[in-house]
Each structure stands twice: as C-alpha cells, then as structure tokens.
Unconditional design. Structure first.
Length: 485
C-alpha cells in the first residue's frame, strides 16, 4: 500500500477489534499518521470505511507492508487477544522490523510473559514495551491511562506519542514510564485487581441499601449520584448510578433486577491475587472480590443452597433502630474505609513486586496517572498522590496523616455496618475482611504466636522470642524444656 514517495506513519496499530480501532482513531485524531493492520483484512477495511475521514490512516493487508509504512524507529502497538496471538504477532513484526524498532503490547498480558518477551526481543535488538492500557473502549478512543514498561530508551521515543493520546488531568497526561520489562503490565494487573475490589465494595453498599433498608434501585441511584459529589467521587460510582437508573425495555423492571447475578472475569483480578500470594502480600480486599465473583457464578451450588441453610435469628432493618438517612451515611463511610484498605493493599503489592523485580516503580507517579482515563479514576487518587508526596516511603497508605485522620471518622460507622450486615444476614465480604485486616494491622498481639506454638509442637518448626535473640524449640514430647537451636 505504500511506496517511498508516500507519507510514513508515526505509529502503527496491529489488531483492529474495538480497542485497537479506537486507539488508532485516537492517534489519528491527534494529528498522527497511523498505520493499521489486522489479520483479517475486513476489519481494516471497515475501520477505513467508517472512520477513514477522521485522520490520516495508512492501511495494509500484510505485516510486511504495514512495517514498511512506518517511520523509523518503527513503533507498532499490538492490540490482539492476549496469549498465543500476541506471541505470533510479535514474531511476525520482529521478523519484518530492524534493529532499534519498538514493539508495544497494549493488551492485558501476564507480566511474566512480558518479561520473557522483552528478553527475547532484546536478544534480537528489538525494543519491547509491555504497556497496560486502561479505560475500556471509550478510554482508548478519547484518552486512556497508559502504563508502559520496557526499556527507558523506548520511552524517550514513545513518550510524546503516548502523552498525546492519554487522558489529561490538571495538565498532566495520564502516562509515565513505569519501569523495565514487565513493570507496566504488573501495575496494570494490580490496577485491575483494585478495580475488582472497588466494584465489589460498591456492590456491597448497594446490597445493604437494597435488601437491608429496602430501597428501590432508582432511589439508590440518587444516593450514589449524591455520593459522587464527595469523597467517593469516581467513575465507578458514577456509572453505578447510571446502571441503577436503567429500566429494562422488555419488562419495565429495573435492569439490575433482570441481569443474572453471576459476575464474569477475564483473569487479571485472579492474577493479582495469585501474585499477591507468591509475594506474601495480604491483598484481602482484592482476594474477597475475586472470590465473590467466583461464588456468584457457582450457580448450581447456589441453587442447591438457596433457602436450605439455617440463617439463625436475623434482624430486620427496623430492629436496627436507626433512620434510613443514618444507615445510608454509615454505609457510605464503610464503603470509603473498605476502598481505602483495598487501595492500600494494592499499592503494597506494587511495592513488593517492584522490590522483587528491581523495577523502581514510583507509587506517586502511578497514583498520578490513575487520576484520569482509567476505570478506577477517582478524586481520592489526588489524596494518594499527596500522601506519597509527603512521604515516599510510607509503610502503608493507611498511615498517611490525611487518611489516618479520615479513619478516625470512618472506623465507628465501619464497625457498625459490618455488624448490621451480619445481623441482617447480608454478605459484605470486602467490608468485613477489610475491617479484619485493619484490626490485624493495628493489633498489639496477633494469634500468630499460637500458630507458631502449634507449628513447633507438631513439626519442630521452631519460634523466636520477643525478649531475646535466637531461634527456639520446646521439647514437647520430652520434658517440655526449651532449647536454643
Ligand atoms: P475483542 O474481544 O475486542 O474482539 P480480542 O479478542 O482481544 O478483542 O482481540 C481480537 C483481535 O485479535 C482481532 O483483531 C483478531 O484478528 P482477526 O480479526 O483476524 O480475528 C486478533 N487476533 C486473534 N488471534 C490472532 C492471531 N493469531 N494473529 C493475529 N491476530 C490475531
């Protein structure tokens, strides 16, 4: 499609399903010439037919033509199905490219795949950038939050291009170089994990208002719209209000009542938790959110258990003896507290991952680029930026003076809501487990001393003492004296 006389493209996009097409259109709308290629040419033709007039596109029907239509160093973003397809396309591009050209994977790749691919490409003198892109279809088109990893040199070339298409908050584009090799995909993974927890806590708040206080979806939509004006101001709260207001055209019922209550998942939440387990970071909020989706989708088991398990003596909302307004406010504060814990845990995982892989991820930069474009964008992230501005080595976000001050006001309502949920028999796994995490973190003593005693008893696993150095074992099956080992 191109000859030497023709214009070359500053950037190329491979894979023209919705995300890829929208990203290509975003580049074109910012004045870049964009090379586009898709395995099946129909998608390329459709993009050009439907949106070709929006900017300068250079369509190709072979990888070789596509690569030839790119300005050097060539820069191509891959937006294909994660997994084998990504490897296939990377290799096709690498074969057609030259030394120093840059291949960017904008899909949701597992960060360990990205580490492997970056190494393979480095050995072939190609630059490989695994970039997390968040914002869904709309964000890809109008301004996503972008989390590129890979070699720092690639960022020098790629940075201005990505900055031109990213969301912008207070004049700052929502993109920055996250760190080497898999760093970008790692933080995107944890971003998605946090998203799972954030969605779940909103769901738990809905559940309490709906089946605790007996409110109708439209009324709850108004409550959420109101919440969206305060500390909870965020994209997810905003869209939840929209979902709750939606009426099903076919039945005239609230849409939420006709949607099957079985949540799907594509895997990034699960990856976040698996990785947290390996790193030994207690991301309990994200874990509960992933398990909540799994439980919701266990439809056969749920059907078998429905109405069959004893409930004990449940209370009604009236029994709680508080006004609807008080309840709504307590739920709002419990949501805020649980959300704070989920973010704090997510940032802990990022810190642990960064330490493990020596990535040098700056949590402040990350909070900055999550303020716009991505699904977890929220006013609250400004506070996280300030927290890391004040102390870049914060041991936990919960210990930041601002959040610590907030927690003074949140803790009592949070405890009450966990109690209400239990008394009403309504599941609130993230509200509940986040409070348990919080109480564990601040505890003077944990039952881990008992666990250590048990481990020493049955397996001679030894223990340490609080009052002196060394490792000890009690001769449990002997005279029960203690020895130093
Ligand atoms: P969506 O869910 O939005 O459709 P996806 O499934 O993540 O997106 O990705 C689909 C894209 O991956 C398509 O562009 C698809 O190309 P086709 O239109 O030809 O199917 C691309 N894709 C999938 N497997 C591929 C492969 N092995 N080689 C090249 N492209 C591939």
């Amino acid at each position: 499609m191109t000859s030497q006389n023709e214009q070359l493209a500053q950037i190329g996009v491979v894979g023209l399903a919705v995300m890829g097409s929208n990203l290509a259109r975003n580049f074109a709308s910012r004045g870049h010439t964009v090379a586009v290629y898709n395995r099946s040419p129909e998608k390329t033709r459709t993009l050009i037919a439907d949106h070709g007039s929006e900017g300068d596109f250079l369509p190709s029907e072979t990888v070789e033509d596509f690569v030839a239509s790119l300005e050097r160093p060539r820069k191509a973003i891959i937006m294909v199905q994660a997994g084998k397809a990504t490897d296939a396309v990377i290799n096709q591009l690498a074969d057609a490219m030259d030394d120093g050209d840059i291949i960017i994977d904008g899909g949701n790749a597992l960060f360990t795949d990205t580490i492997r691919r970056e190494k393979e490409m480095r050995e072939r003198n190609r630059h490989f950038v695994g970039a997390g892109i968040s914002g869904g279809e709309e964000g890809a088109l109008t301004g996503p939050s972008i989390m590129p990893g890979g070699p720092k040199e690639s960022w020098e070339t790629l940075g201005p291009l990505l900055e031109s298409i990213a969301a912008v908050v207070d004049g700052t584009p929502c993109v920055t170089h996250i760190g080497p090799d898999g760093a970008g995909h790692f933080v995107k993974m944890v971003h998605n994990g946090i998203e799972y927890a954030d969605m779940q806590v909103i769901g738990e708040a809905y559940q309490l208002l709906r089946f605790g206080a007996g409110m109708e979806p439209a009324e709850i939509a108004d409550v959420f719209a109101e919440w969206n004006k305060g500390d909870l101001d965020s994209y997810l709260i905003e869209i939840t209000a929209e979902v709750l207001r939606q009426v099903d055209a076919e039945t005239g019922k609230p849409l939420v009542d006709v949607i099957l209550d079985a949540a799907g998942q594509k895997g990034t939440g699960r990856w976040t938790v698996k990785e947290a387990l390996d790193l030994g970071v207690p991301t309990t909020g994200i874990g509960e959110a992933v398990f909540a989706r799994a439980l919701s989708s266990s439809l056969d088991q749920r059907a078998a258990a429905k109405g069959k398990l004893p409930t004990g003596a449940l209370k009604t909302f009236e029994d709680l003896g508080l006004s609807k307004e008080e309840f709504i406010e307590d739920v709002r504060l419990a949501l805020y507290a649980s959300k704070l814990v989920a973010y704090s845990q997510g940032f802990d995982e990022i810190q642990a991952g960064s330490d493990e892989h020596d990535w040098g991820v700056d949590p402040r930069d990350l909070a900055t680029i999550w303020r716009g474009g991505c699904i977890i964008r929220a006013k609250f992230l400004n506070r996280i930026v300030e927290a890391y501005d004040n102390d870049s080595d914060l041991p936990s976000l919960l210990l930041d003076p601002y959040f610590n001050g907030e927690l003074k006001d949140l803790i009592d309502p949070w405890r009450k809501v966990v109690l209400y949920a239990t008394q009403l028999g309504l599941p609130a796994p993230v509200f509940t487990s986040s409070l348990a995490y919080y109480d564990s973190l601040r505890a003077e003593r944990l039952p881990a001393a008992i666990v250590q005693g048990q481990r020493d008893f049955f397996g001679a696993h030894t223990y340490k003492r609080i009052d002196k150095e060394g490792t000890f074992h009690t001769l449990w099956s002997g005279d029960r004296s203690e020895i130093e080992v």
